[in-house]
Design a protein around this ligand. Structure first.
Ligand code: DAH
Length: 339
């Protein structure tokens, strides 16, 4: 036993580190409940009475040496952590690679930039919404099947609290707070209970647009979105409007652009039609204006909503939505931050 204690003593004396984890390992090895020193005290019971004094003292000395060692090394570790340049050569040139913006941020910023040139501001709203802002004020009657179009994640039932299914909820918040003229864009994250695939995700991003003033017409809507499409996808881009239905707009439409991949000739992206859908839009339903205390006799407005992922897919020819969320550095590095 004496030999063992002497061996431990040497080991403890020789030990040195400036690494906090190694120091903790050392402490655990010697002092923890199952460590070497408690084990020695355990064996001490079997030591012959004649040797007890000497061996007892040896173990105590070892324990003290280990404790002192820990105190000394600890102060060295702390001193090292206090030096900001520790382990780094501050004279080296700054050659670290600069990160790039996420493609969805690039596209969001570009959309905001395009609309800000024609007077649109940016407004935001909460991701956790109530039924009123996400549905009722937007003219979705209770029990109306249109609510099923959007597979909602509910947080609480009655009164319903939910994750917003679209950024149209922000229009309501803006109109409740501000009287016209209103010209605003609301970018943000939205949530729907959908299975994840190359074409759908349960979390995605939208930009909502809203313009309310006296004498706003469908012609204004078309011209605004035509301007957007050409700025975003190139001056040669054509647009077409197809009649559609949304509870919060009347009349409603969906806008297609000429396929920017094949130039309208037909390819697998546009399913050989030459056109791809990019957004929903329409004239704000008078019921929506009234729900937000805006006089629908005096004011009219248009609104539109688009998915940022979809615009980014067309712009960058990305064919799988999941790539946006996996953060594979090889994918992200391909995007240059100009916005
Ligand atoms: N909120 C719709 C959606 O999520 C998109 C949309 C369509 C927004 C038409 C609008 C609009 O403002 O006028 O599918």
């Amino acid at each position: 036993m004496k030999e063992t204690i002497a061996k431990y003593f040497k080991e403890a004396e020789a030990f040195s580190t400036d690494n906090p984890e190694q120091l903790e390992q050392f402490r655990i090895k010697f002092l923890s409940k199952k460590g070497l020193i408690p084990a020695l005290f355990g064996e001490f019971k079997n030591v012959a009475p004649a040797e007890r004094k000497e061996i007892g003292q040896m173990i105590n000395n070892l324990k003290q040496a280990v404790q002192e060692k820990i105190i000394t090394l600890k102060s060295q570790v702390e001193q090292k952590a206090d030096q900001p340049a520790a382990g780094r050569d501050l004279t080296l040139p700054a050659a670290e690679a600069i990160g790039t913006r996420h493609p969805l941020s690039l596209v969001r910023n570009e959309i905001i930039d395009i609309f800000s040139r024609i007077g649109f501001s940016v407004s935001e709203g909460p991701e956790i919404e109530d039924d009123f802002h996400n549905f009722s004020a937007l003219n979705f009657p209770v029990e109306h099947p249109a609510r099923d179009m959007q597979d909602t994640f509910f947080i609480e039932k009655g009164p319903d609290i939910l994750l917003r299914t679209h950024t149209s909820s922000v229009q309501v918040r803006v109109m409740q707070k501000t009287q016209p003229p209103i010209r605003t864009l609301s970018p943000g994250r939205v949530f729907r209970n959908e299975a994840i695939s190359a074409r759908a995700h349960c979390i995605f991003h939208q930009v909502e647009g809203l313009y309310v003033d006296t004498q706003v017409s469908f012609a204004d809507l078309k011209q605004t979105l035509y301007f957007f499409a050409r700025e975003m996808f190139g001056q040669h881009t054509k647009t077409r409007f197809r009649p559609s239905y949304f509870p919060f707009t009347e009349p409603s439409a969906e806008m297609d652009i000429s396929c920017n991949i094949c130039g309208g000739k037909g390819c697998n992206i546009c399913k050989y039609t030459g056109w791809v859908e990019i957004l929903g839009c329409g004239m704000v339903d008078p019921n929506v204006l009234e729900a937000c205390d805006i006089d629908s006799e005096k004011y009219t407005g248009f609104a539109f909503g688009m998915g940022i992922e979809r615009i980014a897919m067309l712009k960058y020819r990305v064919n799988d939505l999941r790539l946006y969320f996996e953060n594979d550095i090889r994918f992200l590095r391909q995007f240059q931050a100009s916005y």
